[in-house]
Ligand binder design. Structure first.
Ligand SMILES: [Zn+2]
Ligand SMILES: [Zn+2]
Length: 197
């Protein structure tokens, strides 16, 4: 992997300073949009465990890491677009993010547009963990000491459109060329030599 790689989520930041620290669980997301972006990047990067872990507890039962993994790997995740939301008021503990995810599967470029619901979910941090942290030699690591007790989680979403945008011919220019955050991109290559392989 290159040292500098634009993040999958289209933020214009480098992956290592954008979504990767969230996916690696080094840093906690502060907003629902950050969680949405990092979940998309996890699909593109292939980290099903992160996607599973960031479902709300109430939604996890309907998921499995393996199903997420199979679905994420059956697609080339080419781009994410965040749409501004005008007709919903985001609350302190519940937020909505509307997005379009573009991906290629079965020689078809698809768009999934969804309005997703996120909640701030609490979890119990037991005292033994706190004690362990306070006696740890490495107490300079402030991040472990100041772990917030609530985290943003994905609950569910309303699908607005889920459509096939184009069938891709093997000899056509690969559509990922139009999406510069796609890691599979091979500049100027035909589909059959790029994402169609
Ligand atoms: Zn990102
Ligand atoms: Zn491609």
């Amino acid at each position: 992997m290159n040292a500098i790689q634009p993040c999958f989520c289209g933020s214009n930041y480098d992956f290592s300073s954008c979504c990767q620290p969230y996916i690696n669980k080094e840093v906690q997301v502060q907003t629902a949009e950050q969680l949405m972006r990092s979940r998309f990047s996890a699909y593109a990067f292939g980290d099903a465990q992160y996607i599973y872990d960031t479902y709300a507890k109430s939604s996890q039962a309907a998921q499995s890491v393996k199903d997420i993994d199979d679905w994420s790997k059956s697609c080339v995740w080419v781009a994410l677009n965040i749409h501004p939301i005008t007709n919903r008021i985001n609350k302190a503990t519940e937020q909505f993010v509307e997005f379009s995810a573009f991906y290629i599967t079965d020689n078809t470029l698809c768009e999934l547009r969804e309005k997703s619901r996120f909640i701030l979910e609490g979890y119990i941090k037991d005292n033994t963990e706190k004690n362990k942290v306070s006696t740890n030699n490495d107490i300079n690591k402030a991040s472990t000491l100041s772990t917030p007790l609530k985290q943003w989680r994905y609950v569910d979403g309303d699908i607005i459109t889920h459509s096939e945008l184009a069938n891709i011919k093997r000899n056509e220019l690969c559509p990922c060329n139009e999406y510069p955050t796609t890691w599979q991109i091979k500049k100027g290559k035909k589909f059959k030599h790029c994402c169609g392989k």
